[in-house]
Design a protein around this ligand. Sequence first.
Ligand SMILES: Nc1ncnc2c1ncn2[C@@H]1O[C@H](COP(=O)(O)OP(=O)(O)OP(=O)(O)O)[C@@H](O)[C@H]1O
Ligand SMILES: [Mg+2]
Length: 606
Amino acid sequence: MIAIQRKISHIKSNLNLSEMLSLVKAAASGWLYISLILIFVETLFFFGSLYIMKLLIDTVASVQLHSTAATADIIKYVILAGLAGILYFVLRSYSAYSIEVLSTKITEHINEKVHERAVALELSFYESPSYYDTLKRALDSGYDKPGLVVTSLIDILKNCLSLAAVASVLIVINWVLLPLLALFIFPTLLVRLFYSKKLNALRIAQTPFERKSSYYSNLITTDTAAKEIRSYGLGQYLKEKFTAIRQTLVKDKLAITLKRTKLEIITTTLSYIGVFVSIGFISLKVITGETSTGDITLFLVAFPQAFGLLQSLAGGISTVYQNSIYINSIFELLQLTNGLYKSDQPESIPGGDDVSIELQNVHFSYPHADKEAISGINIKIPSGKIVAIVGLNGAGKSTLIKLLCRLYDPTTGTIKYGGKDIRMFKPEEYKKQLGVVFQDFNRYSFTAGENIFFGNIENSYNMEKIQDAAKKSGAAVFIEAFPGAYNTMMGRIFDDGEEVSIGQWQKIALARCFYSDARFLIFDEASSALDAVSEKELFESFRERIGNRGAVIISHRRSAILHADYIYVLSGGKIIEEGTDTFLMQNNGAYAALFNENINTTEAAY
Ligand SMILES: Nc1ncnc2c1ncn2[C@@H]1O[C@H](COP(=O)(O)OP(=O)(O)OP(=O)(O)O)[C@@H](O)[C@H]1O
Ligand SMILES: [Mg+2]
């Protein structure tokens, strides 16, 4: 985890060209070569048209009044310059198209890769603020930034080639022009480069605040938060916090932009002075006969081209720099690797019915936490048995489930499945052995049927099994009452969606778990939103509902765990008591206190 942190915090603000190139090659190598060939040919025609213009101007300048000797040459050059110009424009259109295809392909490639990575990353990344900063910057880039940078890089190359063409024309006029112009124009380039770097550094520093302001904005604008925000009247308070952050962010950015603008005014003035110094220089050379009026005309044709090219070169360079931070975030994201142990020679999942799960002296601390959430736990979940885990809030129950599901690995100790360390299995194979209803289960804006089908997408959509799972969880009653039954869209995000109550969503989550083919089912507070009747029904015939599978139930209500074969009482990450309900009640220890306490408090309240 420390390694990840270091990787994320060490974000490079320079462009990593070799990575960029391999990315472009992976995305669309064919189009890269086509684009490069087209811009070379295009530049060749640009140079050709300039050169013919020079010949034309030379011819025109040397024409004697009323002489027709040069007529044929003039017509020839005009036609050639026209043809070269037309071909240059045609090629330019094709090369623009090929660059557009290239950048679109890169964007799509990145889009796919970022999502592939986000899916593959383990849970711990989602609990790290620095990962979120990287993800935010990567997402902020809108995936089109790499395409934009490639386009800008190609533009830079094109501008350099065109500049070389123009420079060769300027050299023909007088070689001094080149260093003279460079001297006056370089400060503009340097200023742009310097401030692009400065803005990048600012952007990196601002990401956590950007994220905070997005969070406030989400709270203000999303439907899920709308109820509480209105009831407690938090809207204005959150809006003020949002505005305060935005104002600071904007102020810092504008301060840099203002400095850049001031300096740019100076350097651009310098460039204009450079132009006039150059014009003055070659004009004076006319007196000594070193330059002709034709040269001055050519200078006036070529110079605006050179100036425009330099301007767009500077623009291209600053675009590349400004976006390199986003691109590096994408690279950082793509390079993040999971820290969970992966066996080179994975073992196959043990078959047969008699498979149990065992936790042996398991310890676990969350990344960045200085305290253990689980301390030396030994638990056995035999095949086909129902095991319950109870304990106060924060005792470590959900953490235990995350370890069981291999969302994290224990810091020390072992979890065994069928006698084998679960780290020896392929994670995806092992995860199929467990069906889970998490305390904070997901509500998918998909059809009711799909919501259940997500419990086992390995096999094809099986309507009969879906109905059966919905019956077991109690969701069938309300789903089948919808006109579209299992094809009804759930939630309000999409058109014609049906919103149901929290308890009904929980029944759908339960159905999803029942639908899975897993050998063990895990229920973390899975009946917390169910009404008393539904909960009683669920647990009274629980064994029938889960079939011959093993189960882990976590609940704060005794009715849910009463029928468990074995109960563990967890406190401060340790097992402090274990046994059956009858035994634990007779024992009159922590378990009895946990449930009797409710009665006493309730009685006391009356
Ligand atoms: N993602 C996390 N990162 C760091 N610490 C965590 C994280 N989740 C939980 N903890 C810590 O681990 C301890 C156990 O949390 P856990 O969620 O396992 O409790 P629980 O027994 O499920 O409680 P509840 O009954 O409220 O669901 C808590 O004290 C909490 O501070
Ligand atoms: Mg919990």
